[in-house]
Each structure stands twice: as C-alpha cells, then as structure tokens.
Design a protein around this ligand. Sequence first.
Ligand code: M6R
Length: 606
Amino acid sequence: MCGIIARIGETDDAVDELLVGLENLEYRGYDSAGLAVKNGRGPTVFKREGQISNLKDLLANEVPSGELGIGHTRWSTHGPPTDENAHPHTGCSDRVAVVHNGIIENHDALRTELSERGHYFKSDTDTEVIPHLVEEHLADGATPEQAFRRTVQRLSGSYAIAMLVDESDAIYATRSGSPLVLGVREGKYYLASDVPAFLDFTDEVIFLDDGDVVVLEPGHHEITTLDGEPIERPTQTIDWDPEDAGKGAYDHYMLKEIHEQPTSLRQTLRGRADPVTGDIHLEDFPPGTFEDVERVQFVACGTSYHAGLVGSNFIGSRGLPSQTFLASEYAVSRPPVDENTLVIGVTQSGETADTLAALREAKDGGARTLAVTNVVGSTAARECDDALFIRAGPEIGVAATKTFSSQVVSLSLLGERLVRDVVGHRSEGITDVLSALSDLPDHVQQILDYSKAHRIAKQYHDSEAYFFIGRGSVFPVALEGALKFKEISYEHAEGFAAGELKHGPLALVTPATPVFAVFTGRHDQKTLSNVKEVEARGAPVVAVTSDANEAVVQHANDVLTIPETHPDVAGILANVQLQLLSYHAAEQLDRPIDKPRNLAKSVTVE
Ligand code: M6R
C-alpha cells in the first residue's frame, strides 16, 4: 500500500502534476499525503495528515514551482496517521527527502545505530532511517548517487523509494518487492507505484524490476543494478485510456466500475471463445500447453480468493483435481506440490504481497506458476512462469467489482483449456457455457438498467446484520456479497454455504437479519429448503434468481432478478446485483465508498 509518485521535466509545474498523480494514487492509501519539490535549492517539503484535499488546502495560497519533485499518499503501517508520520521524510537537515512504499524490516536496528551516532528522529516511521543514512554518506563525501546506493545496500524488507537531494537536480529511485514503474514523455519522466498515476501525461511505460536503480534527469534516464551495471528495459505502450481511470459522471469509482462491466466483459472475452464451434483461443496457451498438469491450486486474497473458489469449482466439477487457498495461509503452510502441480495466483493488481509470497513458495516447491491478473508488467505477471490477463481495464475503487467478473470469466476459459489438456476432451455442455458467456455483457446491462437493489437496500437499511447464502458455484458469490457489503457499508455481513446454516449460523438469524439467497437453477431445491429454515425464524429472504425460477420467486419476500442463463454463469450476474446492493446500502449510510476506512486497493505488505 501507499502510493509514490515522482516527476522531472524542464517546466516548473512539477507540483501540479504530482497532485494529479497523487489523486490518481489515492486508492492506495489516504491516511496522509505529501510532496517535496526542488527549485534551485531545496528540497522543500509539504505534507498533511488526512486526504489529499488537506494537502491541496495547504498549497492553496501558493503552488510552489519546481521542475522536479516526489510525492506520497500513505496507508499507515508504522505509526499513526499524523503530519509527522506523513511522507516525504527528511534527515536531521532538510538536504534529503524520501518517499517510500513498503516496509523496512531492519529499521529498528538502523534507528538505534543512527540514534547512537546523534541522529534525531521526528517520526515513528520505518522510512525515516533512509534520509538519515543518505545524509551520513553525503557527509562522508559520497556523491548523491553513491549515497543512495550505499543506503539501499543497508535495507532489508520491501521497498519502492524515490529521493531528492539538495546537491543535485536528479531523482534517485529503486524497488525491491514493491511496485515502481517509469513513465516516459518527451524529456519528462514520471515514477509511480502504478501506471494510472501518470496516465494523464503519458502511456509510454518502462516496467522496472526488483534491484533496478534509476537516476532521472531532464531528458535522460539511466537504469542500473545496485552495483552499477547498466540495464536495458524496453518501453511499452499501455492501451488504457486516461478516461478509463477517471470517475466521469459517476459519484464514485465503484459505481462507474460496476457500470463498466458490459464493456470490460466484452474486452475479457474478445477473440477468446467461439460458442458455435466450442473453440477456445487463449493467446499464450494453445491446446496442449497444460498436458503435464495433474492438479491445480489457486492462491489469492479477498475478492480474488472468491474468484479462485469459483475457478476451482469449475475445474473440479469437470474432473481435474483443484483446490483454492487463502494466499496468506498457503505462504506459511504450503500443501505438497511437484512439477505437475499448476499454482494459479489470482490477483487483480498483481502486487498483493500475500499472493506473491504464496506463488514464490509454490515455485520454491517445484510447481509451475501462472498469474491471472489485470496488470501487464505487474510483479505477479513477471515472476510467474506464465500470465493470463483479464483485460478489465483500470480499477480504482477499493472495492473490487468489474475485476471479479472478468476474473471469473477468464478462469472459466482457462479452466476449460486445462480440462481439455488434462482430462483429454471438451467438458460436457461447454458450448452452452460459452454461449452464456457471450450473452453475459448484455445480461449485465439488463441488470444495470432494471435492478431494484436501490429500493431493497433502503427497505432493509436498519437491519442488525446481513447474511448471504449460496450453494456450489455460488457459495463463493455469497462470500463475495458479504465481503463487499461489510467492506463499504461497515455493517455486519456474513456469507455462508447454504447447507451450513443449520450447523451453527442459524442461531444468528432473527426477523432483523435479512438473508440474501443466491440461486442458479442447480441445487435449487436444497437451497430452497434452507430458505424455509430461515423464514421459519422470521427472517426476510431476498432471492437473487431468474424469474423462471417460479418456486423461489413465489417464496421470497423480495427478488433481485437476473436474466435466465447457464448455472455456471448465473453467479456473475447474481454478484452484479449484490454489488449494486452494497453500493446503495453504503451510499444511504453516507460512507466514503471509494475509500473505506482502514483499507487500501493494493495490499503490498504481508
Ligand atoms: O489485487 P488483488 O486482487 O490481489 O487484491 C486482493 C484483495 O486485497 C482484494 O480483492 C480485496 O479483497 C478487495 N478490495 C475487496 O473488494
């Protein structure tokens, strides 16, 4: 978490561009924001606790001019969100200013050592050791670049760092375990934790690797190893439109991204499946790619974990052994793997530390790894043996919405490729699944046009708790519905396997706890029995189902309707209704929907 941005050019409007970058990065943390700018001397630091609007207020009377600067938006790990703990951090003097994303694991030892040598610390952060170390090397006669390299050699942990120093008009940066990308535009450079930060200014990008050290001057950049060996990295053009990363006419990114799903799903599907012939074309995965695979393990967190659960249900029900693990657990307690095990990391950002740790564990054990991600050039995409891109376009809202839908579609196509390669034949009825997938964008549009989620959110707005149930392929949708609901409304919400209710959770069910029950047309009678158990305890039931499911429709107090489709695809549609439900519930409670408290979009710490 945390977002860093840096900019260097020949015009003195660095602060304007840094503020745009910070606003684009605010989804990564919003506990505090700050920037440092150089104009002949400096660096001069401005920082404030709270959202970027506080920093803008600080700069309202006079925007400082300067050709180069660094900025930071914080998600607190070490020390509370205060002005003092906001980045950039400086040493004892103001000669050095540093922004950092990640965790310096040996900061305690470094702080003790530096304190013993007379350094005075102003913040509680792990980051502050960096400018103090640089300052010492400068005092010993090192050049700024030497001082930066020598400092980085002392750090352990994960970091993306950008630094300004008084003695030079360059920006020094490096990464190890935290993301950092370089944007290039006619004499100007941008460094950021994520591409959307500078998409307003350039779509030309150089993806940096762990261990790269970058020195930026106007019109010139140099990438080397920490030991100074030159490295060539290709420049790539990103095909995300800056409009895609803006909020447009919507009140929140989350609502915009929910409404983008017909488009993002078309992008995900484009050219990949033919419902008439049943052919699947997955760019880097032609038939036979996976013939050595004997079992599949998914590793992921949060919403991506729920997508992984759908994926393993799809694959497992077609005869290929498959399991899904929470990445944080997998990383500390890995199940057996071998060279015939395919471990699939599902991660929108491609930067989630828990998922990366699990994938590294799997690789160490000899497994083959594959990233299913939205971000080309992300760490997961680069570290895994292979990558499949979900092509959902940038997702800014902290609540994952359109990427879940695109993950599930991508995993269905990948799953069918795997089944064909390993089991040896097409799975039964696959053309019906592919046909339902091709109808999906239009079906999602129907839900967006006619959903009653706003009314239902209002009707149940003062409930004690909200429960979500589903069976089989939509058990993960119940989990996801509850995660989304609690994440942005702060109300108590839980998801359960429908059949598990009677084994404990039923004790929580009362007339003040609405139950949202997801139906797909498969196993419906059993889920209907669970609904009756709930109703017998007086709880209102909202069914998420198609109108064709008459028995269910007649039984429920309310219905969130989905178009009739294949049971394997119904969960994606049901989830869109639940996304809208969560959104409207949170909106009616006046929650900060795009920036839920204590959370950040990209969780780059374990
Ligand atoms: O970028 P990732 O898909 O790896 O992120 C994993 C989770 O942090 C993420 O899905 C999180 O649960 C969402 N914010 C939930 O809406």
